[in-house]
Ligand binder design. Structure first.
Ligand code: TRP
Ligand code: SF4
Length: 438
């Protein structure tokens, strides 16, 4: 893949490429319009502040976040505004829950040196983008999101016929689009929200990315490139638009990623390759966790409200008692009755915690009534306790000094706000609003 340290044919960026830039020449450009290589692909995900997390959260989401942060620029945030859409009647819970939850993120191995950890409400740009997106999002798109009617029906002790609750998925779209996140790791219940986000981005780009002098601007962008690059982009674009050659499209995208361009030029060229206008907002993809689903102690989905959960930082004695009390295959009434692991919630724990040799010991022992259920549970208890002691170890310094959690979130929120503001500068301009006066 072609990589260049510099783009020798790049002309100094002049005012002509940005009509709103009226500063005299020689004045340096603002940080958000500095030409640069495309930012690394990024991952973004959020959780509502529900307080201490359980092993279902760890195996279903956090363990995956921990892996993703090695590979991608990662943003993980506390969706406190989203919590208010359903829990506006208990505002007192939010602060306490944020700390407890973020300690569990750190306990899981989320590394604040690698990932940006922040609090949604500390980055008011999310609310601004939500508002601006609401101008052009058809009401019907929100009304037909499955979680809207489901939750209204299920949480019938709450009044969810509010404006904020209807806007829940649009606020989520703003969360994602404001960081140009490529990947959104979520559970399958959230996929419709990512789909909506894609539609909102497409509509936004269609409405506000059509610049009257687009073709002329593309000509100007291209002039800043080398002849071989122009040639490659034009050929690939034609192959993609005329014969649907996705390889050609992908190599054009790849070349674009490696070029040094201002953000606005990058958005124009990427839209041009696709046969559309300027791509102000980038469509994200859901990243489904192939994560092991860890059901609760009774075999249903693990959830604090069902009383079937194991906290990430549970007390070891308490934990042992909980697993010992777990129901097993109902056919195994007596020790001498053979059982079937597929009918047993303990087996689900083995699937996550045990290696092949323990699992075949369980299968055989259970089928032939050679082991008792207490024997069978022992290796699971040990494995969960080992995992939890690691969580405790990582959480300990933060439990001692809770203000360190606040420091991490404060620093993360500053970084997030800088990134979010870069997007907002482009969005405000595209929607005809003045740049910020102060
Ligand atoms: N709705 C998500 C949930 O309930 C939380 C969330 C809010 C989120 N904004 C997001 C997740 C953006 C991913 C990306 O789990
Ligand atoms: Fe379940 Fe293990 Fe008992 Fe079989 S032996 S019923 S798998 S707990």
């Amino acid at each position: 893949m072609q990589k260049k340290e510099q783009n020798p044919s790049a002309q100094p960026l002049s005012n002509e490429s940005n009509t709103s830039d009226t500063r005299p020449s020689g004045v340096s450009r603002p940080f958000y319009d500095e030409p640069s290589r495309a930012p690394a692909q990024s991952v973004l995900s959020g959780m509502r502040p529900t307080g201490a997390l359980h092993l279902g959260h760890y195996h279903g989401a956090l363990a995956n976040w921990v892996k993703l942060q090695e590979q991608y620029k990662s943003y993980f945030f506390v969706a406190d505004w989203h919590a208010l859409t359903t829990h506006y009647e208990s505002p007192e819970l939010i602060q306490k829950n944020i700390r407890e939850m973020v300690i569990d993120w750190l306990a899981a191995g989320i590394d604040p040196e690698r990932s940006v950890l922040f609090v949604q409400s500390q980055v008011p740009q999310h609310a601004e983008l939500h508002l601006l997106l609401s101008m052009c999002t058809p009401l019907a798109w929100l009304e037909r999101v499955p979680s809207y009617k489901d939750q209204q029906a299920n949480l019938n002790d709450k009044d969810l016929s509010t404006y904020g609750f209807l806007g829940y998925p649009l606020l989520q779209a703003a969360d994602i689009l404001i960081y140009s996140a490529s990947w959104v790791p979520v559970g399958d219940d959230q996929v419709p929200h990512v789909e909506l986000t894609r539609e909102v981005a497409r509509r936004f780009n269609h409405l506000f990315g059509r610049e009257p002098d687009f073709d002329q601007r593309i000509g100007q962008c291209l002039k800043k490139l080398q002849a071989t690059e122009i040639d490659m982009l034009k050929k690939s674009r034609a192959a993609w638009l005329e014969s649907g050659d996705t390889n050609a499209r992908d190599s054009a995208r790849q070349l674009l990623r490696n070029l040094v361009l201002s953000p606005a030029d990058r958005q124009r060229l990427s839209g041009w390759i696709e046969g559309a206008g300027r791509q102000l907002l980038q469509e994200p993809q859901p990243l489904l966790t192939e994560a092991s689903r860890l059901p609760g102690l009774d075999g249903r989905k693990m959830s604090k409200s069902y009383g079937n959960s194991i906290a990430m930082r549970d007390d070891p004695v308490h934990l042992e008692a909980k697993i010992r009390k777990m129901p097993t295959d109902p056919a195994r009434v007596r020790r001498s009755d053979p059982g079937n692991p597929d009918q047993c919630p303990v087996w689900d724990l083995h699937k996550v915690y045990s290696d092949e040799s323990i699992r075949s010991w369980v299968r055989e022992g259970c089928n032939r009534a050679a082991i008792g259920c207490i024997d069978c549970k022992k290796p699971v208890i040990d494995a969960v306790q080992r995992e939890q002691s690691l969580f405790y170890q990582r959480a300990e310094p933060f439990l001692q000094h809770p203000d360190r959690v606040d420091d991490i979130l404060r620093e993360g929120s500053k970084l997030a706000a800088t990134a979010a503001e870069q997007t907002m500068v482009q969005v405000r301009e595209a929607m005809g609003l003045s740049p910020r006066w102060f």
